[in-house]
Design a protein around this ligand. Structure first.
Ligand SMILES: Cc1ncc(COP(=O)(O)O)c(C=O)c1O
Length: 386
């Protein structure tokens, strides 16, 4: 058991799957510029085209809907930029509606737009982190151009009723965007079935490489570019293709589609063993997020009287990697805005730990965590002044 490393931070990023590494290294000869007309270029273009089909198939979209980007941050930014452009064309008359618990890739973008004078309405969530549909309805009118609601939260794992949200958005003629970065490969997402106009994803959240993602825009949803340059992606996302990363994303999509139901079950069993084990072995524990609608591998727990950062560091000394709040908030001692938005008190938000399980975790690792965690919490609580 000693010198063990247990990686339970899969919502921050995942390791690249061996099959993905393999296809990327086998694709070394596909180095050509996909825009070149010669054989090298055509071979690269074929690899990219295959990957486009693979990712489209995973998310229930068409190949022509897929725009490769550097990741979900960029994809989200493009979508809000599209909404901004639509509002500009209406002489500033239009609103964007999103929620209080979106990832910083969305929240910081709408804060920026708000400073520029655009009207942004934030919908509340209930205590479990589920969107308040009544509040959403009250904020919808036919001046809303875009509704953006993430499909699952990165910190709590709470899954939103995005089909209902899509219907509500469409009922007032608004476009619907979902940041599906945390759901891809963990729960079924079909853009067509759900009625998603724009979807963002990042390959590194589901065992693909970093720095590659997708903005999918369905049903001829309007596009508008952030960057200007070549003709790639119809000119909406110019720049020479990152062939290997795109091919890796394609393979990761194939595997995610193939193994989704098996992995979902496996992750849920390990998560539930961890949740029950924590509740059995540690007093005064609060489980955060909605337990009926949640990602199979995400468990967010508050340990009153124990600071999240201390827990993280003690677990790290045992070789166990977890996170407090969102990975993006690491380095700041601010409590998680996602947990506060759900009404959790500041002390509980400070004492929260996110365990995010992934494909390569084992039940034995969960037992190891359940051995190490209780004495750590006991020690920190004894040292704390409460
Ligand atoms: C829900 C969500 N959206 C967007 C992002 C940003 O993804 P990336 O850093 O790959 O651009 C993340 C990453 O943590 C996320 O969890």
């Amino acid at each position: 058991m000693d010198n063990r490393f247990v990686y339970l931070d899969n919502n921050a990023t995942t390791q690249i799957a061996p099959e993905v590494w393999q296809i990327m290294s086998e694709s070394q000869q596909l180095f050509g510029n996909a825009s070149s007309m010669h054989g090298f270029g055509r071979a690269a273009a074929m690899g990219i085209s295959k990957a486009r089909g693979q990712v489209a198939s995973l998310i229930g979209a068409n190949e022509k809907d897929i725009y490769f980007t550097s990741g979900a941050t960029e994809s989200n930014n493009i979508v809000f930029n599209i909404a901004r452009n639509i509002i500009d064309k209406k002489d500033g008359k239009g609103r964007i509606v999103t929620t209080t618990i979106e990832h910083p890739a969305s929240i910081e973008t709408v804060k920026f737009l708000r400073k520029k004078g655009y009207t942004i309405d934030l919908v509340n969530v209930d205590q479990s982190g589920l969107i308040d549909l009544e509040d959403l309805k009250n904020k919808l009118d036919n001046d809303v151009v875009l509704v953006s609601v993430m499909s699952a939260n990165n910190e709590t794992g709470t899954i939103q009723p995005i089909k209902e949200v899509a219907e509500l958005a469409h009922s007032v003629g608004a476009l619907f965007h979902s940041d599906a970065t945390q759901s891809i490969g963990k729960v079924d997402i079909s853009m067509q079935e759900i009625g998603i106009d724009y979807l963002s994803l990042s390959a590194h959240k589901f065992y693909g490489p970093k720095g590659i993602g997708v903005l999918a825009a369905r049903n001829k949803a309007p596009m508008h570019n952030l960057m200007h340059g070549g003709h790639q992606e119809n000119g909406y996302r110019p720049g020479t293709y990152n062939n290997f990363a795109i091919i890796g994303l394609g393979k990761a999509s194939d595997i995610a589609k193939r193994d989704l139901s098996y992995e979902r079950e496996k992750l849920w069993k390990m998560r539930e063993t961890l949740r029950k084990g924590i509740l059995d072995r540690i007093d005064e524990v609060v489980i955060n997020g909605n337990q009926d609608h949640c990602l199979p591998g995400t468990l967010n727990v508050s340990f009153p009287g124990a600071e999240g950062e201390s827990i993280l560091l003690y677990l790290d000394m045992e070789g166990i990697a977890v996170s407090t709040g969102s990975a993006c908030a690491t380095g700041s001692l601010e409590p998680s805005y996602v947990l506060l938005a759900g009404g959790l008190d500041v002390e509980l938000a400070h004492g929260s730990i996110r365990f995010s399980l992934g494909r390569y975790n084992t039940m034995e690792e969960i037992e190891y965590v359940l051995d190490k965690l209780p004495p750590i919490i006991k020690r920190i609580r004894e040292m704390s002044t409460r």
